[in-house]
Design a protein around this ligand. Structure first.
Ligand code: WTA
Length: 648
C-alpha cells in the first residue's frame, strides 16, 4: 500500500505505473509542450483517435477573437455514433458489453453488447426520422438513467439531430423553459422513474407542461414503471410500439466537425439557463482522449461514472468518452444508499468495476455511513478513482484513497465544466505524485492563467480567477440562440481569455487549487444552481417583494442554499410562509434547488445604485464575521445588524 510521502503527496504504485500511458512527468511535459507550441501538429496526431469519413479540413484551428468564434477541423467529416458503436462492432467488439444497466432495485440489470446497442440505436434513429426529425433539428430528452436515454442520444447523434437532455429531477417549469428555448419538436420521456425504491411521476409532469403552447409535436414514451398514464392520440407514442415497427438499418449522417452536436442547459448568473452548444469533432476528440489519459483506460476494462446523463459528466464520461474508446460503461439508475449504504460497493464487486468516477458529495456520504460498508465488499477490481464537480477536501481525498482504493488507486481529481466539454485540469494518475485536494496540472492544449480582478496575473499562493488562454477543441462554441451572451460571459470579462467563473490559486510547484465559483452559481451536491433562478422562483410568489440567495457551507452537500426574502406589505413572517416559499422553489426549479433556510428580512443590503450586495449576505448567512467588510458603499449599513439578528 502506497502511503503519504513526507511532503504530503502520494506516489503512484509501481504496479500502477505499468498500466499508465504517461508514466513520468517528463513524458507529460513533452506532450504538453508540443500541445502548446505546435498545437496544429499535436491535435492532428490526436485526431487519429477518431474515425473520420474525410480529414478534409483546411485549417486545424481558426479563431476570430473579436467575434469570439473559432473552429477546429472545419471541413472534416465524422459521426459520433459511428465512433461510439459501429467502429467497435466492425473492429471485433460486437459481442462485448458496451452498456451495463444496473437498476434502482438490485437484481434488475440488463447488458447491451456493442452489437445490440447499435441495433437498438439504428431502430430508434428510424423512429425519430418517422416523426420528421432531420439533421439539425432539436430533440428534447427527459428520461431517468435508463438505457433508452443512452439509445436516444446516440440515435440523435447518428442522424445529426441535436439532443437536449433535461435532467429528470427538474420540474415542469424548468423542462418547459428548456424545451421552448431549444425549439424541440420531439420529446422523449417515460411513464415514471424509480429512485431509492420509490416511484416518481414523469409523464404527468410532461402532460402538465404540454397544457401550455409548446414547440413539441410528438412525444415518445418509454414504458418503465408501468404506471397508468394519460396518452394523447396523435401526439403521444409508446416507445415499444414504435420500435417494433421500425426499420432495422439506419445509415450515419456524415457530419462536419463543426456541426452542432448537442445543447445542454446549465445555470449561470442570470435567471435564464444557458444552452451550452458543443460541436461534433472537437467535443468527441476532447472526451475520447481525456477518458483514455485521465483514467488510463485499457481495453476490456469496466468504467463506472455515477453521474446522471442530465449533466455534462454523464454526457462525457458515462457515454461518449467510454464508448468512443470501446469500454464497457455502467449506467446506474439508483442512489448510493438504497437498499443500504453498501450499494456502490456491491455494484463495484458484482461487475468488477476497474474505473470508478464520482463526486465529493457522494464520497462524503459514504464516509459518513462508515468504512464497514466498503469493507463488506470486495472492491479489489478498482484500479483508478476519479472525483468531479466540486473541490475535494484533503481529508475526504484521503478517505477515498485509503478506504475505497486501499492505497492502490490514484485519484484523478478532474476539474472541468459543461462549457469545457472535457477535463481541463487534472493530475494524470500515473505520471507524478498526487496532492490531495489539488486538481494540479493542465491537460494538453490548456493554458491556465490566474488573474486578479484588474486582469493582472495573480502572484503564487494568492486567490484569483481561473482563465484559459485560447480555445481548445472541446470548448463550447456558443450559447444556443445567444452568441452575445456567450461573448459577454466567457470571453469579454478577461479579453483574450476564456473566463471559467471559478476562483483558483497556484502553489509554488505550479499546481492549481480550485477554490469554487466566484459568480452567483451555487454548487449543491456538485450540481450547478443559478442563484438568479432560485431568486426568480421566490419572487414569483405573491408574498415576496425581493429575494437574494447565497451559498452556505454544508457538511454533506458542499454548499447549500440560504435565501433572504423581503415581503410585500400585508404579509408577515411565519413558518408556514417559509415552508411555502421552499415549496415554490421545488416546484419551479426542482427538488435539487431546495433552499435549506429562508430568512425573512426587513431590508436587504444595497448600494446607492440599488444593487444587492451578495458578498455581505454570504458572510451573514454563513455566520462569519461581516464586520471586517467595508459597509460604506451601503445606503443603510444598519440593515446588517438586523440581518445578523434574524439569522436562522
Ligand atoms: C466545479 C461539471 C473543483 C467548478 C464537470 C466548475 C470543480 C463547476 C471540479 C462546473 C473539481 C468541477 N474541483 N471544482 N475537480 N470539477 N468543479 O458545469 O465550480 O456541472 O465551474 O460541470 O463545477 O460544473 P458543471
Amino acid at each position: 500500500m502506497a502511503s503519504e510521502n513526507a511532503d504530503g503527496t502520494y506516489s503512484p504504485s509501481e504496479e500502477y505505473r505499468k498500466r499508465t500511458y504517461i508514466d513520468s512527468y517528463a513524458k507529460y511535459e513533452e506532450m504538453y509542450r508540443k500541445s502548446i507550441e505546435e498545437p496544429e501538429e499535436f491535435w492532428t496526431e490526436q485526431a487519429e483517435n477518431l474515425d473520420w469519413y474525410s480529414k478534409g479540413w483546411k485549417k486545424v484551428f481558426d479563431w476570430n477573437k473579436k467575434a469570439s468564434t473559432f473552429t477546429w477541423f472545419k471541413g472534416g467529416k465524422l459521426n459520433a455514433c459511428y465512433n461510439c458503436l459501429d467502429r467497435h462492432v466492425e473492429g471485433g467488439l460486437k459481442n462485448t458489453a458496451a452498456l451495463i444497466f444496473e437498476a434502482d432495485e438490485p437484481g434488475n440489470s440488463r447488458v447491451y453488447t456493442y452489437g445490440l446497442l447499435l441495433s437498438e440505436v439504428e431502430k430508434f434513429a428510424n423512429v425519430l426520422k418517422s416523426k420528421g426529425v432531420k439533421k439539425g433539428d432539436r430533440v428534447a430528452v427527459y428520461l431517468p438513467m435508463i438505457p433508452e436515454l443512452a439509445i436516444t442520444v446516440l440515435a440523435c447523434a447518428r442522424i445529426g439531430a441535436v439532443h437536449s437532455v433535461v435532467f429528470s429531477g427538474f420540474s415542469t417549469d424548468s423542462l418547459f423553459n428548456r424545451v421552448q428555448d431549444s425549439d424541440s419538436k420531439v420529446l422523449v420521456t417515460c411513464d415514471g422513474s424509480y429512485r431509492g425504491g420509490k416511484t416518481l411521476d414523469m409523464k404527468g409532469k410532461v402532460n402538465e407542461m404540454l397544457e401550455r403552447e409548446t414547440s413539441v409535436d410528438s412525444v415518445i414514451v418509454v414504458k418503465h414503471t408501468g404506471k397508468d398514464v394519460v396518452m394523447e392520440d396523435g401526439r403521444d407514442f409508446w416507445w415499444h410500439e414504435e420500435m417494433s415497427k421500425a426499420d432495422l438499418k439506419c445509415p450515419c449522417e456524415q457530419m462536419d466537425a463543426e456541426d452542432p452536436f448537442f445543447i445542454l442547459y446549465t445555470s449561470g448568473s442570470t435567471g435564464k439557463p444557458k444552452g451550452v452548444l458543443h460541436t461534433v469533432g472537437g467535443y468527441m476528440l476532447g472526451v475520447t482522449i481525456t477518458f483514455k489519459y485521465a483514467f488510463d483506460y485499457r481495453p476490456g476494462e469496466t468504467h463506472w461514472c455515477t453521474a446522471d446523463l442530465g449533466w455534462i459528466t454523464g454526457h462525457s464520461y458515462v457515454l461518449y468518452g467510454p464508448l468512443s474508446n470501446g469500454a464497457t460503461t455502467l449506467m446506474f439508475e439508483g442512489v448510493p444508499n438504497y437498499p443500504d449504504n453498501g450499494r456502490f460497493w456491491e455494484i463495484v464487486e458484482n461487475w468488477k468495476v476497474d474505473i470508478f468516477y464520482t463526486a465529493p458529495t457522494a464520497i462524503r456520504m459514504m464516509r459518513k455511513s462508515g468504512d464497514e460498508w466498503v469493507r463488506k465488499h470486495d472492491v479489489s477490481s478498482l484500479k483508478v478513482l476519479g472525483s468531479v464537480g466540486e473541490p475535494i477536501d484533503s481529508s475526504v481525498w484521503k478517505w477515498y484513497y485509503e478506504v475505497v482504493g486501499n492505497g492502490r488507486c490514484p485519484i484523478a481529481d478532474t476539474y472541468w465544466q459543461t462549457e469545457t466539454g472535457s477535463h481541463i485540469i487534472l493530475p494524470l494518475p500515473g505520471a507524478w505524485n498526487q496532492k490531495p485536494g489539488s486538481a494540479m496540472k493542465p491537460f494538453f492544449g490548456i493554458e491556465p492563467v490566474i488573474l486578479n480582478e484588474d486582469k493582472t496575473p495573480t502572484p503564487v499562493g494568492q486567490d484569483g480567477r481561473l482563465c484559459i488562454k485560447k480555445p481548445w477543441p472541446s470548448c463550447a462554441r456558443t450559447l444556443w440562440g445567444d452568441h452575445e451572451k456567450y461573448k459577454e460571459t466567457y470571453w469579454n470579462p478577461y479579453p483574450g481569455y476564456y473566463f471559467s467563473g471559478d476562483g483558483a490559486r497556484q502553489d509554488s510547484d505550479g499546481d492549481i487549487w480550485i477554490t469554487g465559483r466566484v459568480d452567483d452559481v451555487i454548487s449543491v451536491a456538485g450540481h450547478r444552481i443559478g442563484a438568479a433562478e432560485v431568486e426568480a422562483a421566490l419572487i414569483a410568489h405573491p408574498a415576496v417583494s425581493e429575494a437574494a440567495v447565497v451559498p452556505i457551507p454544508d457538511e454533506m452537500k458542499g454548499e447549500a442554499i440560504y435565501g433572504f426574502v423581503t415581503l410585500k406589505n400585508g404579509f408577515e413572517d411565519s413558518e408556514e410562509l417559509r415552508n411555502d416559499l421552499v415549496k415554490q422553489v421545488r416546484n419551479e426549479v426542482g427538488p435539487i434547488a431546495t433552499p435549506k433556510t429562508i430568512q425573512i428580512a426587513e431590508e436587504l443590503p444595497k448600494t446607492r445604485s440599488g444593487k444587492i450586495v451578495r458578498r455581505m449576505l454570504r458572510k451573514i448567512a454563513s455566520g462569519s464575521d461581516f464586520r471586517s467588510m467595508d459597509a460604506s458603499t451601503l445606503v443603510d449599513p444598519g440593515v446588517l445588524d438586523d440581518l445578523v439578528k434574524g439569522r436562522r
